[in-house]
Ligand binder design. Structure first.
Ligand code: PLP
Length: 397
């Protein structure tokens, strides 16, 4: 039996592949330290768990509205006002089964076969693959460690053609942790003003995990707001990856209705009990989320100290999220026991097999000189894991 050819157009997420390989090695009894995962290692705060239990007991067991319960759509507007100083109405929101679904919805709602989508590298693994699945062409714009892994207005302008329909970026960024300043966003906004046909996807899922405070959205520019699609979710800021709750927000109701139509055929509304918990998460005590970010910040300091002991790598200190993304290209071409490490893929496999520490190749994020190392792990695992990375790299010559 044949399978559809569209499956050839995109790849399995490298992040999930590494996690699977690490699990397989652990199942063989090996002590693998996982520094490849993109999820907080904390438990969901108790008051949110209690809200799920209450929702189950209150019989939130029926199909919810496709776009989300009205109380959750209002809670999202409340959150946007409280945290971002942005005014939206409930009909500008659409709740989904994770931000991943929000992204798929908006890509399928905005691009046609043959359209171009500008994506600065490094980018989150799914952006390019969903664009390919939609038969559009991802146009990668390579940024550098020197520019803080941020796209410049000149680079953006140069990448735009009459076929460009969508721009996709995240700030704070996964995998680099870079955060665009207001001035940097203003520079990009200036370019977008010259190209009114381009939608702007602003993925803000790491907004609470910021070490520079006060999250700023590109939706702050009133004249662009109608074509900015904010993507957010509860996975990272509230340690709720397994609950699967994301949302998009756009003041252009045609866009929201289009995504609603798509979602109505694929999955319908997101999990009913989770939606009730999300109302509580977005409208009540933020102290647990703040405490998680404090711990991530402490670990970032620890990680930067550990990285300083590793020779021949280059690194930017992240301003947000929970990853470091060092340039390890000085190790390419080196050998150990007859094995040559040619690129980031092979380096990650070497670190996993010989060092028993899982990381993710930068190739998955469109930057082949780097690897992503997560510090969403305990302080002791971080110390042990980075020690193993250092020892494994020292063996290469
Ligand atoms: N956007 C970015 C930048 C992410 O890193 C992730 C998850 O790793 C997502 C979106 C998807 O999150 P969700 O768990 O809400 O689907």
């Amino acid at each position: 039996m044949n399978l559809a050819s569209r499956l050839q157009r995109f790849n399995e997420p490298e992040t999930l592949k590494m996690a699977k390989l690490a699990r397989e090695l652990r199942a063989q009894g090996l002590d693998v330290i996982g520094l490849s995962l993109g999820e907080p290692d904390f438990d969901t705060p108790d008051h949110i768990k209690e809200a799920v239990i209450k929702a189950v007991n209150d019989n939130y067991s029926h199909y919810p509205p496709v776009a989300g319960y009205p109380e959750l759509r209002s809670a999202i507007c409340y959150k946007l006002r409280r945290d971002n100083n942005l005014e939206y109405l409930p009909e500008h929101t659409l709740v989904s089964t994770g931000a991943k679904q929000s992204i798929a919805n908006l890509v399928f709602a905005t691009v046609e076969a043959g359209d171009e989508v500008v994506i600065p590298t490094p980018y989150w693994v799914s952006y390019s693959e969903v664009v390919r699945l939609a038969e559009a062409t991802p146009v990668m714009v390579r940024t550098s460690l020197e520019s803080g892994f941020k796209i410049t207005p000149e680079q953006l302008q140069a990448a735009i053609t009459p076929r460009t329909r969508l721009f996709m970026f995240s700030s704070p960024n996964n995998p680099t942790g870079c955060v665009y300043t207001k001035a940097e966003m203003e520079g990009l906004a200036e370019v977008f003003r010259r190209h009114p046909q381009i939608w702007i996807m602003s993925d803000e899922i790491y907004e609470y995990i910021s070490y520079v405070g006060g999250h700023k959205s590109i939706a702050q520019f009133d004249d662009l707001k109608d074509r900015v699609i904010i993507v957010n979710g509860l996975s990272k800021g509230f340690a709720m990856t397994g609950y699967r709750l994301g949302y998009l927000v756009c003041s252009n109701t045609d866009l929201v209705k289009a995504c609603d139509k798509l979602q109505g055929q694929f999955t319908s509304g997101a999990n009913a009990a989770t939606q009730q918990a999300a109302v509580v998460a977005l409208t009540t005590d933020m102290a647990p989320s703040i405490a998680m970010t404090k711990e991530f910040e402490h670990r970032k300091g620890l990680v930067m100290n550990l990285l300083a002991e590793i020779p021949d790598i280059r690194i930017n200190e992240p301003d947000g999220a929970f990853y470091v993304f060092p340039d390890v290209s000085n190790y390419f071409g080196k050998q150990v026991g007859g094995r040559t490490i040619n690129d980031a893929d092979e380096l990650c496999m070497y670190l996993l097999e010989q060092g028993l520490v899982s990381t993710v190749t930068g190739k998955a994020f469109g930057e082949p000189n780097c690897i992503r190392i997560s510090f969403a792990a305990s302080r002791s695992d971080i110390t042990k894991g980075f020690g193993r990375i250092k020892d494994s790299l020292a063996k290469l010559s």
